[in-house]
Design a protein around this ligand. Structure first.
Ligand code: MN
Length: 720
């Protein structure tokens, strides 16, 4: 059994200045808190926290982490409180302990790969100090080592969680020995039969393998000595799980598997790495395509080494890794290597500079920021860009864009849920739909069959999925309304001829209209075009009714509806100077916001039941309109309509000016319909004219002429 003294001694070997009293104090406190508790194995509970801090000491971590390791279960399992821990051991230790406690409260019950990745990210995102994860990993490793005392069902659940979350995290952090041990332990509980068989087979061939390892090692040793490369030569059997994985992935038998053994040369410098590598290839034939230079191109987690596979003695494959001591330490302990102490000095900062850049940023942030919540959010941003991780009520983790709302969440669950999302609860409390979700929030969506996506939602949703679905729905809804309206319009018009739309639709009677335009694929499209005002009822009737019926004209029936009045007005009002996609008898209005005149670049927007509204191409209001309602329009060249515009001229307030302006208008052939002049206090006058112009160029030239007059300050076109 591990004793406190063993841990203290271990710490003092790598960190002579460590505050061992802190560790001792943590031990006394933890022993008292856990007093009387026993583990499933029957041993006193205290053994567990002690073993955990022993592992942390093996990883050469600081006294705060070691103390936190001894205390890690006190808040969760005993009467100890966070306040007490903070008072007795300081903020640093307390934060690690409460971080570990928080992590163990995250419910894990996902099964598929993507969810597991989200969960790993959540674990990191919720951790403001990477030491929390290191304690959690040590905790998990010791629990895995002692898993045999648990019930079978619990064994499997914990092993699965370890396989999905903690082994990959250890790997991500570069702590290889821990990843390997966790995976081997998981294999034992998840695939007990495979594990047993594999271990037996390895046992049977062990002798041959040992002598093979010895042989390769001695050859390598000799070559390195001859060439005066100072190094350590290691040979080992690969860990069980990685062998098992290989068998599964390649679908082969144990007997067919070659590279079970791996060799390693650890030397003092990078030039020696490449030199050693050269001697390996000179001694044995390399296997093509197996050479990888992770020294020149380190892995994202900072891992560096040269990898190669050669055909060793007897033609048996041997994998060789070559690296420096420095690289080896990082490869074995990953992130933990940065908390190590050299010659009694805390060189965290020093080490940080040369290695994993993301970790360095993380630690720099930690030193700069005082507010932990601020730090939490910066960690999140650093590690996972703009993501936020939240839970479904069933405990699944969803990854959303930072700033996402319950509506985004609802659409991420299912578009049906999104469409009928009427409210949301976060951590059990009602929140507004525009609430910004935070890491670890549990979100529950309330739905109602009558709820529909709302245009306002577009103002706050963050994910493109939600945005696309809402837009899609709004377009669909608009389309449906247009179809309904078109149906109504056509039905009324047909009634006048004693025809039923119902029957016509049944007989595919709108086909002749569909043939006029390629984009009418269904009869419904014709009705929608009618509803939008892209088509007139008279144009449709012309196509679908026999000539003799049309000639007879409509029976004079009941009072006209508002709509039919509107559309018969369309037919009459044919000369407005605008051609709408080739049709010239459309009901046209001019946007009051920009009031375009002939010659201005224009664009039309179909307004339900009100025909087409013409805007200036540059009009802000037009830009904001739904592009689906946009139609091409042009000025009718032959038409001689005039347009009314308002002109405001600011002048000196003196007699005669008004007359000069009027003459200028008349001289340019522009009719003044109305004039309104008033003096201002600053001895200036405002002169508003309503004039009718032929086109934009006439307007421009007259405005220029007025500008040129004396006593004029500004001339501008204004909106009514
Ligand atoms: Mn524990």
């Amino acid at each position: 059994m591990l004793r406190l003294n063993d841990i203290l001694q271990k710490v003092q070997t790598y960190h002579p200045d460590a505050d061992v009293d802190l560790i001792k104090k943590a031990y006394v406190y933890s022993a008292r808190a856990h007093q009387g508790q026993v583990r499933k194995s029957g041993e006193p509970y205290l053994i567990h926290p002690l073993e955990v801090s022993g592992l942390l000491a093996d990883m050469r971590l600081d006294e705060y982490t070691i103390s936190a390791g001894i205390l890690h279960d006190t808040i969760e399992d005993t009467v100890a409180t966070e306040d007490e821990i903070r008072q007795l051991f300081g903020v640093e230790v307390c934060d690690i302990v409460s971080g570990v406690t928080k992590l163990s409260k995250i419910p894990y019950n996902t099964t598929h790969e993507k969810a597991a990745e989200n969960f790993r990210r959540l674990v990191v995102a919720m951790t403001k100090d990477i030491r929390v994860i290191l304690v959690k990993l040590a905790d998990r490793l010791h629990n895995m080592r002692t898993l045999e005392h648990m019930k079978a069902e619990k064994q499997e659940r914990i092993a699965q969680e370890t396989m999905d979350i903690y082994a990959p995290l250890a790997n991500r952090l570069g702590i290889h020995w821990m990843k390997a041990e966790l995976q081997d332990l998981c294999l034992r509980y998840l695939h007990p039969k495979d594990e047993r068989e594999l271990r037996e087979k390895l046992g049977l061939t062990e002798q041959a393998r040992t002598s093979y390892i010895d042989e390769v090692k001695s050859v390598l040793r000799k070559k390195m000595d001859e060439n005066e490369i100072p190094c350590e030569v290691q040979g080992r059997v690969k860990h069980l799980y990685s062998i098992w994985r290989k068998l599964k992935d390649q679908g082969i038998n144990f007997e067919e598997l070659y590279d079970i053994v791996a060799f390693r040369i650890v030397t003092d410098s990078i030039p020696h790495c490449y030199e050693a590598f050269g001697h390996c290839h000179a001694t044995w034939r390399p296997v093509p395509g197996r050479f990888k230079d992770f020294i020149a191109m380190p892995k994202p987690n900072g891992y560096q080494s040269l990898h190669t596979t050669v055909l060793g003695p007897g033609g048996q494959r041997a994998e060789i890794q070559i690296r420096t001591h420095e690289m080896h330490k990082v490869a074995e302990n990953g992130i933990a290597a940065h908390w190590t102490y050299k010659e009694g000095k805390n060189n965290v900062q020093e080490k940080g500079r040369e290695t994993f850049s993301w970790l360095r940023q993380l630690m720099e942030h930690q030193q700069e920021l005082e507010d932990p919540t601020e730090f939490l959010s910066s960690v999140k941003v650093d590690l996972f860009g703009d993501a936020v991780y939240v839970f479904t009520p069933r405990g699944e983790v969803k990854e959303l864009t930072q700033g996402a709302t319950p509506v985004d969440f609802a659409f991420a669950i299912h578009s049906e849920v999104g469409q009928h999302c009427s409210g949301a609860k976060v951590n059990g409390r009602m929140v507004p739909l525009r609430y910004r979700l935070k890491n670890g929030d549990t979100v529950e969506i309330l739905t109602s069959p009558n709820q529909r996506p709302n245009k306002d939602w577009l103002g706050f949703v963050k994910t493109s999925k939600a945005r696309n679905r809402i837009n899609h729905y709004l377009r669909l809804e608009q389309h449906e309304r247009a179809v309904g309206l078109g149906h109504e319009i056509l039905e009324r018009e047909l009634k006048k001829y004693g025809k039923s739309l119902q029957k016509i639709l049944k007989a595919e009677g709108l086909k002749p209209v569909m043939e006029t335009r390629h984009r009418y694929h269904k009869q419904e499209d014709v009705l929608a075009a009618l509803g939008y005002g892209k088509l007139t009822a008279s144009a449709v009737l012309k196509r679908i009714l026999p000539e003799e019926v049309l000639e007879k004209g409509p029976k004079d029936v009941a009072p006209k509806s508002r709509l039919s009045q509107l559309f018969s007005a369309v037919a009459k009002k044919s000369s407005n100077g605008i051609t709408v996609q080739g049709i010239d008898d459309m009901l046209v209005r001019f946007g009051r916001c920009c009031n375009p005149v002939p010659g201005d670049p224009i664009v039309g927007f179909v307004t339900r039941g009100r025909g087409v509204t013409i805007h200036n191409m540059q009009c802000d209001k037009a830009m904001a309109l739904d592009p689906a309602r946009r139609v091409d329009v042009s000025w009718d060249q032959k038409s001689d309509v005039t347009r009314t515009v308002q002109i405001r001229v600011i002048t000196d307030d003196r007699p005669g000016i008004l007359a000069t302006i009027s003459q200028t208008f008349t001289g340019a052939g522009v009719n003044i319909l109305n004039a309104n002049c008033r003096a201002r206090k600053d001895r200036r006058a405002i002169n508003d004219f309503m004039v009718s112009v032929k086109d934009a160029s006439q307007l421009r030239s007259v405005l220029r002429s007025i500008e040129g007059l004396s006593g004029i300050h500004t001339v501008e076109r204004i909106q009514a």
